[in-house]
Design a protein. Sequence first.
Length: 114
Amino acid sequence: MSSHKILRLSQDIRHEISGIIMHELKDPRITGMLSVTRTEVSGDMSYCKVYISSMDGIESAKTAIEGLESAKGYIKRQLASRLKMRKCPDLIFIADDSIEYSAGINKLLKDIEK
């Protein structure tokens, strides 16, 4: 597959999963400010790594991953229908601390500014 097609699919999956998490999932483990920081689709489009970050920290992101794992079938079905895909890649959810890390850097910069 061309890298442009994989990159475009990765962006589309990130956008759609963000919408599904924010508006459709009602699992109590999926709470707070969650963000899909990035997605990586494999070259043969058989799996997709989805990186999830939370404003509340890495532990909250890990708890949300448990909820997302239980809703994986629903998410894949929604992705396949929304993106009109014959075969949806297998989703691998990974907790990411990039939002927490960037918030810490932002705090340090504001402290230096003062």
